[in-house]
Design a protein around this ligand. Structure first.
Ligand code: PLP
Length: 426
């Protein structure tokens, strides 16, 4: 394979006309394909249909400790759901509060509480002139949407293969008291599939923030979402590391069963120190009488324990793995050696992150759309939707069928080639 940059103008033009002809052929098919959002496929959702059978009028809805799930009560979750999520999140049960159907909602509420009431006695953020959050990039668009919504200034921190650039994180956190938080997806990150190294986690736990109310927003959404049984990333548990480092209150750890059972109808949890949880419970009791205990019980009766979750996730992996491999194979076969893009082959999570030549991402996404393929908007993986290099594109392979995926990846690759040639031709 010759890199495109080493081809002559004539060679590029010739290549372009062949690719354009192929593109027109695909376009004429009038396809409608979607690789934009990280949603499980129907086949994956079917794996959890047994959950609909575990609760019916013939079974009792009484919890282990006698709580009747049909009635009010149980502000912070039923005991067995706490145990299940605590085991999944690798933290003690007493450090877990169960919430409703979405962890994003919990993250939003956590920022909102800090804005209006402060954090463990600190000045409410809304009373400060400036509040800043660090945002490892590329990252999750909905995290950035929350902080943007509250007028919090977002600072890009580049991701490296071992996690965020920790030199930069340490400097900003220790020197600037207006830095109040950092968004982290520490395992199989969205969108790169990177897992933070041991050293990165230690450095997080040992941060010395200028702000006493600085918090790490540790969104472990993909904690059990491996693609392989024999090749898995391992992430050190942050809550206990923070405790060991003398920073027990510095982290909020979020997770949910969204991409384990039913997204939007799963259960979400927050793990944190006792002091943090007590403060949060105090505000929760004003907000709600309690979350959906029937759904919590349904999850526990279906999965039984964390081993049930692990076994269940192997079935998800069997569906997801061929899709990821299909995309990676096409990328390697079609783009390998051309030096017009790079990508990371993840061992888990929901996404493949693609970096095009600078200045090409928006045009590639637009080109793919012409042929009926919807991708995540270019720029979405950066705060304010602004990718300074206009380079990153998030590929979400989970939702389409394998057949659709093959066609979709072909369209993507054709779009990358055509846009890159235009860029090189100037
Ligand atoms: N966190 C990350 C990193 C995600 O990628 C997603 C969904 O894509 C979520 C949270 C959403 O989780 P939930 O459905 O629990 O709100």
């Amino acid at each position: 394979m010759t890199a495109y940059k080493d081809l002559s103008r004539e060679e590029l033009l010739e290549l372009k006309s062949g690719l354009e002809a192929r593109f027109e052929e695909v376009k004429a098919k009038g396809l409608k394909l979607d690789m934009s959002r990280g949603k499980p496929s129907a086949e994956q959702l079917n794996l959890s249909m047994g959950m609909m059978d575990v609760l019916h009028s013939g079974v009792d809805l009484i919890c282990e400790d006698g709580v009747d799930c049909r009635n009010y009560g149980g502000l912070d979750g039923i005991a067995e759901a706490k145990q299940l999520l605590a085991d999944m999140m690798e933290v003690p049960k007493d450090n877990v509060v169960i919430f409703g159907n979405s962890s994003l909602n919990v993250m939003y509420d956590t920022v909102a509480r800090s804005m209006t009431h402060g954090v463990l006695g600190s000045t409410p953020w809304c009373k400060l002139d400036k509040v800043k959050f660090l945002c490892p990039v590329p990252g999750y668009d909905r995290h950035f949407a929350i902080t943007e919504h509250f007028g919090i200034e977002m600072i890009n921190v580049p991701m490296t293969p071992t996690g965020p650039d920790m030199d930069m994180v340490e400097k900003l956190v220790s020197e600037d008291a207006s830095v109040k938080g950092i968004w982290c997806v520490p395992k199989y990150s969205n969108p790169q599939g990177i897992t933070y190294s041991d050293e990165t986690v230690y450095r997080f736990a040992n941060l010395k923030p200028a702000a006493e109310d600085f918090r790490i927003y540790w969104d472990n959404a993909y904690c059990v979402h491996h693609l392989y049984e024999d090749k898995q990333d391992y992430l050190i548990e942050i809550l206990s590391e923070c405790k060991k480092a003398g920073n027990p209150d510095m982290v909020y750890k979020f997770s949910s069963t969204s991409k384990i059972s039913f997204p939007g109808s799963g259960i979400a949890a927050l793990a944190a120190s006792e002091a943090n949880l007590n403060e949060i419970r105090g505000m929760m009791k004003v907000q709600t009488i309690g979350h959906d205990k029937v759904n919590q019980l349904r999850h526990v009766r279906f999965f039984k324990d964390v081993h049930g979750i692990v076994e269940h996730m192997k079935k998800h992996a069997d569906i997801m793995r061929p899709k990821f491999e299909a995309v990676i194979d096409v990328l390697e076969k079609e783009l390998g050696g051309l030096e017009i893009g790079s990508w990371i082959k993840p061992l888990g999570g929901y996404f493949i992150s693609f970096d095009a030549m600078d200045g090409c991402a928006k045009a590639i996404v637009a080109k793919a759309k012409e042929a009926g393929l919807v991708m995540t908007g270019a720029g979405a993986t950066f705060p304010y939707g602004k990718d300074p290099h206009d380079s990153n594109i998030r590929i979400a392979p989970s939702y389409p069928t394998p057949e659709e995926l093959a066609v979709a990846t072909d369209i993507f690759v054709l779009s990358v080639k055509l846009v890159s040639i235009d860029k090189l031709l100037g």
